[in-house]
Write a protein that binds this ligand. Structure first.
Ligand SMILES: *Cc1c(COP(=O)(O)O)cnc(C)c1O
Length: 393
C-alpha cells in the first residue's frame, strides 16, 4: 500500500465524513505546485479554493507569519496590535471608503457578522440571489440558495427572498421598505463562476438606495485581486454599504473581514458581536504580507494577463462556454463529465475542481505565470479526450 493510501485509510477511520474521501494526501507545495505523499507533483489550478493567492510557501508570507508568531501570536480582543489596525486601514483605503472593519476567521463568519449588522437596522427582511453561496453557518446558510445544503438544517433564520441572479426587475419587485439588506456576489463563485449582466450592480445600488436597504457585496471569493482588480466590484461605479472578505485575504491563514461603510459602521456597538480569534495578529500580518506582495510583484496585471491566456486556451469543441474575470474562470462542458475531467487532470498532474456535473472552476494562485498556464493548456485537449472516452474513470 502506498503512503497516500495508508493515510487515506486513517482519514476514513478518524475524520468526520463531511467532504467525501480526500482526493490526495498532500505533503508540500511551492509556488503553484503541490506534491503528494507518493512524490507526484501537481499544478494547483484550484489554489485551495481561491485561497492561496501567493501560491504555496511564498517567502514573504512565511516570513511575515514566522516573525509575527515569534513576536506576539495572540492577545484576544481585550487588546489590539498594530498589524490589526494597519490591516483595517489598508482595507478601508483599498475600498476607497470611510468605514469600520470587523475581523473574523472565515467567510461564513464574515457573513454572519454582516447578517447581524443588517438586523440592527431594525428590519429583518433580506434578499439574496439564486445560485448564491455564502457559507455553512446557520445565518449564512439561510442566504445560500442550494436546496441540498439548506434542507437538512431547516428551519433556518427566516425572512429571506431569493431572486434570479442578475435579474434587476425581479430584484426591484422583491425589495421593499422592510428590506434590511440585499446580499450578492459580484461574481458567483461556487455556482461555477457566473457573472451578472452589465449594469446589474448599479441597478442593485439604485434599488437598495430607494428603499433604504443595505447593499452587501460578498467578495469572499471574488475579492483581493482574484479578478484582476482588488475587488470584483471595482470599476462598476458602485459603493456598497457592506463588503465581506475572506478566502484569499491572508493567502491561506484563516481570516475573514466585514467592512461597513459610513454610518452603517456604527450599527454594531459594544456587546453586539465578538470573536476570540478574529483579528489575530498572525492572521493580520499574513494579510498585510499578501497585499504587499500583490503590489510588489504586480500581480493584479499578471492576473488579468494570465486570465486572458487561460480563457482563450480553454476553448475546445466539448466546451460550450468559458466565463470569468481574471483568474476566476468557469467553463461548461457539453456533457456531465466534469468529475471525469477532474480525474483525468489529476492523472496528468493538474488539480481542477468540478462545481457542478458539467462545470469546471479555475481559481489558481495569482502568481501563476503564462508559462505555467501554457504548460496546462498544452495537455488540456488530452485531458478532455481521456475524460470523454472514459479512460480516466
Ligand atoms: C467560500 C465562500 C464563503 C464561505 O467561506 P468559508 O471560509 O468557507 O466559511 C462565503 N461566500 C462566498 C462567496 C464564498 O465563496
Amino acid at each position: 500500500m502506498g503512503e497516500q493510501a495508508k493515510i487515506q485509510e486513517r482519514y476514513a477511520a478518524s475524520l468526520m465524513n463531511t467532504f467525501g474521501p480526500p482526493r490526495l494526501v498532500l505533503v508540500r507545495g511551492e509556488g503553484p505546485y503541490v506534491w503528494d505523499a507518493d512524490g507526484c507533483r501537481y499544478l494547483d489550478l484550484l489554489g485551495g479554493i481561491a485561497v492561496n493567492a501567493l501560491g504555496h510557501a511564498h517567502p514573504a508570507l512565511v516570513g511575515a507569519v514566522t516573525e509575527q508568531l515569534q513576536t506576539l501570536g495572540h492577545v484576544s480582543n481585550f487588546f489590539t496590535t498594530e498589524p490589526q489596525v494597519r490591516l483595517a486601514e489598508r482595507l478601508l483605503s483599498m475600498l476607497h471608503v470611510d468605514g469600520r472593519v470587523f475581523f473574523a476567521n472565515s467567510g461564513t463568519e464574515a457573513n454572519e457578522a454582516a447578517f447581524k449588522l443588517s438586523r440592527r437596522t431594525g428590519r429583518t427582511h433580506l434578499v439574496a440571489m439564486e445560485g448564491s453561496f455564502h457559507g455553512r453557518s446557520m445565518g449564512a446558510l439561510a442566504l445560500t440558495s442550494k436546496a441540498a445544503y439548506r434542507e437538512p438544517f431547516e428551519p433556518l433564520p427566516g425572512d429571506v427572498t431569493f431572486v434570479p441572479y442578475g435579474d434587476a426587475g425581479a430584484l426591484a419587485a422583491a425589495v421593499t421598505d422592510a428590506t434590511a439588506a440585499v446580499v450578492l456576489e459580484p461574481v458567483q463563485g461556487e455556482a461555477g463562476v457566473v457573472l451578472p449582466p452589465d449594469g446589474f450592480l448599479g441597478r442593485a445600488r439604485e434599488i437598495t438606495a430607494e428603499h433604504g436597504a443595505l447593499l452587501w457585496l460578498d467578495e469572499v471569493q471574488s475579492g483581493m485581486g482574484r479578478t484582476g482588480s482588488w475587488m470584483a466590484h471595482d470599476g462598476s461605479g458602485v459603493t456598497p454599504d457592506v463588503v465581506t472578505l475572506a478566502k484569499g485575504l491572508a493567502g491561506g491563514i484563516p481570516i475573514g473581514a466585514m467592512v461597513a461603510v459610513g454610518e452603517h459602521a456604527t450599527l454594531l456597538g459594544p456587546g453586539n458581536h465578538g470573536t476570540t480569534f478574529g483579528g489575530n495578529p498572525v492572521a493580520c500580518a499574513a494579510a498585510l504580507a499578501v497585499i504587499e506582495a500583490i503590489e510588489a510583484e504586480g500581480l493584479l496585471d499578471n492576473v488579468a494577463k494570465v486570465g486572458d491566456l487561460m480563457c482563450a486556451g480553454l476553448a475546445h469543441p466539448h466546451v460550450t462556454e468559458v466565463r470569468g474575470r481574471g483568474l476566476l474562470i468557469g467553463l461548461d462542458l457539453d456533457a456531465a463529465v466534469a468529475a471525469d475531467v477532474v480525474a483525468a487532470a489529476q492523472r496528468h498532474g493538474v488539480i481542477l475542481n468540478a462545481c457542478t456535473p458539467n462545470r469546471i472552476r479555475f481559481a489558481p494562485p495569482l502568481v501563476l505565470t503564462s508559462e505555467q498556464a501554457s504548460e496546462f493548456l498544452e495537455v488540456w485537449p488530452t485531458i478532455l479526450d481521456e475524460a470523454y472516452s472514459g479512460t480516466a474513470s
